[in-house]
Ligand binder design. Structure first.
Ligand SMILES: C[S@@+](CC[C@H](N)C(=O)[O-])C[C@H]1O[C@@H](n2cnc3c(N)ncnc32)[C@H](O)[C@@H]1O
Length: 217
């Protein structure tokens, strides 16, 4: 599939998504999407291009983007895009119809209410969910709250990094509430301590970025 995104030099994680996560998603079921923490909309463009390649001439039905940042530019650019500007963990999540695919990319590890967000994703996806976590592989490590001043705006985001085991137990609990859902794919890459130090200011933080694809079909 020919995808042409201007990823720039910072977007290693997007390349990882395209190479290692996207193949586990059903590209024919990206015509209706909820994207939690959609940011400036790279995944909107990615889904639009995949939809165009898989179903030529059939436009996206809907793409709901949820984020605390201004989403009007995405609404102006994409006729199928609906923005829901709110602060996750403070405001209620919007009442939206079910969609085929729910994405939450590079956001969950900023959210103390991440379990509610995963629950919401599992409720709203009819086909598939993809999201990523950041964790210590060593279960003996204490969770770290690492301050990070988010580089794109004035808001202050904070990494919440827990052990993989802690995340897995919580995800298992959530999956029991949604019996049709199962983990279909995992992909992980170790983030270098130097990169983590650049982002958080904390030395020696060896963490892994792990993606999960959960399917309901
Ligand atoms: C690292 S960016 C990822 C953006 C996009 N998903 C991507 O991968 O390009 C994190 C996004 O999460 C949003 N975000 C973080 N915490 C949030 C919160 N509490 N409520 C709403 N949005 C939040 C930020 O505004 C930002 O757009």
């Amino acid at each position: 599939m020919n995808i042409s995104l201007d990823l720039g030099e910072l977007q290693l994680n997007k390349r990882f998504f395209i190479g290692k996560v996207l193949p586990a998603l059903d590209g024919s079921r990206l015509g209706s999407v909820i994207d939690i923490g959609c940011g400036s909309g790279i995944y909107v463009e990615l889904c639009r291009q995949i939809q165009e390649a898989v179903h030529p001439g059939v436009p996206m039905r809907c793409y709901h983007g949820i984020d605390q940042q201004e989403l009007r530019p995405l609404e102006e650019r994409y006729p199928f895009f609906r923005g829901h500007q709110l602060q996750l963990c403070r405001d209620s999540l919007p009442e939206l119809p079910e969609v085929e695919t729910v994405l939450c990319c590079e956001v969950i590890y900023y959210l103390p209410c991440w379990e509610q967000v995963v629950d919401y994703m599992l409720q709203h996806a009819t086909v598939q969910v993809a999201f990523d976590l950041m964790y210590f592989l060593d279960h003996r490590r204490e969770p770290v709250v690492a301050p990070l001043t988010y580089c794109k705006g004035s808001e202050h985001l904070t990494y919440l990094i827990r052990s993989l085991g802690e995340f897995e137990r919580a995800i298992d609990r959530l999956l029991t509430k949604h019996p049709a859902a199962r983990v279909a794919h995992r992909a992980e890459w170790p983030i270098s301590p130097v990169a983590m130090q650049n982002w958080t200011g904390i030395a020696d933080l060896q963490v892994t970025n792990g993606w999960l694809v959960i399917r309901k079909d």
